[in-house]
Design a protein around this ligand. Sequence first.
Ligand code: FAD
Length: 372
Amino acid sequence: MRQRIAVVGSGPAGLTFARVMHRHDHAVTVFERDPAPDARPPGGTLDLHEELGQRALDKAGLLAEFRALSRPEGQAMRILAPDGTVLRDWRPRRDEQANPEIDRGQLRDLLLGPLDVRWGRGVVRVLPGQPDGVRVEFADGRAEHFDLVVGADGAWSKVRPAVSAATPHYSGVTLVETSLDEVDTRHPALARLVGEGSLAVYGVNRAVVAQRNSGGHVKVYAQFRAPLDWAADLDPGDAAAMRARLLALFEGWADPVLELLRQGAEFARRPLHVLPVAHTWTHVPGVTLLGDAAHLMPPLGAGANLAMLEGAELAECLAAGPADPDAAVRAFEGRAGARAARWAALTTAGLERLVSEDPAEAVALFDEVHAS
Ligand SMILES: Cc1cc2nc3c(=O)[nH]c(=O)nc-3n(C[C@H](O)[C@H](O)[C@H](O)COP(=O)(O)OP(=O)(O)OC[C@H]3O[C@@H](n4cnc5c(N)ncnc54)[C@H](O)[C@@H]3O)c2cc1C
């Protein structure tokens, strides 16, 4: 008899897992807390690496569709000093497919395809080792049982406590996100400043990063070292107050860079949390974790990629019909954990250099990545 498998979370990890299982004719039940796919803005663009996210899409049979949607030109990167001096202006070759960008909403829709997600089913607790399998308890008071529960429910995972006592801690860096719409027609000077891909401006312990998404939408991130409660006293809906706080923090920076912050209509404060580097757990039969639930790390272009590849790999090893599925999950956890630990160390060191006392470190990091 086939295993009863549940996936908690319909982010990149959960959907890739479910989609690869579906490709191999294995049904899994996906539970998602959001009431609908478009219940929240999907977030900024993602660059999918050839060896990680794109490999996962290949395993899902979706690589060609991804190539049709993605934006190789989005890999372009300009780096400025706070006074506006251009330090780097890198453009990819036309056929460069190493890390093309895709909007998160487009990626979600691509992965969703034929999948049947149970929307509005937030999980509150997972109890392994029950007589009827692993018990999954929902916010609506219901409960269901499965042979395997895959926790793909992100940073504040409700599945994680079933295998690990670890909780995310504050990295010391806060990010404030805003965005500009129809940038080419409404803000042509800013459109030229950002270019086809990303713009990054590095100062002492702070940075402004702007990323072009599709449809003339630009996401702007102010990043800086600050206490966890920075601007926590502000009403989250008070854009004018947050804008003023940010402009004071970046005082003296070149006017076009400040304009990116001035033109933002809404601001979201996101203190960056991380799990300990090399977070592992003692294997618990019937429960495993994927993506941010397993290894929340600084957002330096790896998290969604790892989440997707893990989803695809776990699905492939279960779909192969192993004689001992639990041993297969345990072996998967070992391999995925070792790879994630390498990336967690790299991105943790990367964040230290990108938001640091010495802005030259950020430029040096860019040069190292592009030389390799
Ligand atoms: C600003 C920023 C930029 C980034 N850029 C990149 C990038 O360019 N490339 C890259 O690879 N990574 C990037 N990342 C990291 C990436 O966003 C994450 O690593 C990735 O989304 C993790 O995927 P996931 O599926 O594990 O979790 P998530 O994307 O967090 O998805 C989890 C899902 O589970 C659902 N959920 C949560 N709790 C419950 C519950 N209790 N019950 C049911 N459902 C639940 C959520 O609603 C969500 O749909 C970035 C992150 C940030 C913050």
